[in-house]
Design a binder for this molecule. Sequence first.
Ligand code: AMP
Ligand code: MG
Length: 417
Amino acid sequence: MERMAIPVKDAVQLVMDHSKKRLDKEVIPLQAAYGRILVEPIIAKHDVPPFNRSAYDGFAIRAEDSAQVTTDNPVAFRVIGEIGAGHVGEQELQTGEAYRIMTGAILPPKADAIIMLEDTTETADGFSITKVFQSGDNISFQGEDAKEGEILIEAGSVIHPGTIALLATFGYAKVQVATIPKVSLVSTGTELLGVDEDLVPGKIRNSNGPMLQGQLDRMGVTYQSLGTMEDDLDACTVLITEALEQSDLVITTGGVSVGDYDYLPEIYRRLGAKVLFNKVMMRPGSVTTVAVLGNKLLFGLSGNPSACFTGFELFTRPAILAMMGCTTPYMPRMKAVLGGDFPKSNPFTRFVRAIWYMNGNVATVVPAGFNKSNAVSSIARGNGIIVFPADSSGFQTGMEVDVLLLGQEIGTKTWDL
Ligand code: AMP
Ligand code: MG
């Protein structure tokens, strides 16, 4: 099949056009919700906090009782009881009375200010103060965090620990989330050994399979791994056909180049899958191929580890997230200053595994080492990916570049590179 290279942005768009939201949803326990996608917005079921409460450990008073206080004229309060968090003080405060109160405790009737413990001097039956307090001082007001009925988090958001806290606040012991698309993984290559096998001449261990499993684990997506398959056209066709029957999405690595044993293009042809693209104007991973069959997606990632890794992050990850209705499927991006020279010219968009860090208060990024498409060591070191634009030549230390951030829970809504 003819190969026509298309820009990365167009390739991402093509994949996303075929990764529209699936409507399936399921109800799961809150404890199992990390990483899942919300199918309903989180709407405040009640005010947060649900009542006026003390922001500190101290004393609850009527602010007006402190009106005459000066440094020379301290005013004393009589303590009539104590309210720990979770308890209620029933008595209405009279002039000169106070409740001892703890952080988070509901204010007693008539109290409208909290005095911090540090601002008081102990007396026989209570305490005295030397400054005036205003109504509302040191109070967490009902509804100051969220008002009943307010839309707090939109549908399509990734559930992270903060989301879990909010769901728990409103009593969601169970959560409605998007179902996870069924994903199958196949590593192709006659040279591939299992992780537990000893090296023999000409063979290497399959690192892409476990790497992709890790990339899926990181996004909370379950999968079935169909292991490795040698470069045998018929056997590969059978395996991928089976994988497709059981999945919404099949990820393969290897076999998409133009070598004698690169059978994926022929397999797509045999399956009658429509190839969306089979060449992308990027390094590494220019041979990344994506095909569709019905509403199923086939990701033909390169066998070269760095290319495979990058292809997954650029195309597969946002596609899976979008299928689940995630509204922020793309890796976030930032600007950083190059901490070293990068003399290579970039005829195509170049994605370089990189390490970003703060140098003083300057976001700085350096390539993570050996960065050919067959590199595996730099993937292990990187926490981001530098993007050198197409048609650019040589970058020097101090120049500003784009960095895609790996492993972030919350992505961005648009692909804007
Ligand atoms: P291919 O895409 O099949 O042409 O493979 C490109 C390069 O990646 C070759 O050097 C392969 O040996 C290597 N490779 C292919 N699959 C894997 C894999 N699963 N793990 C590690 N390296 C691989
Ligand atoms: Mg191969």
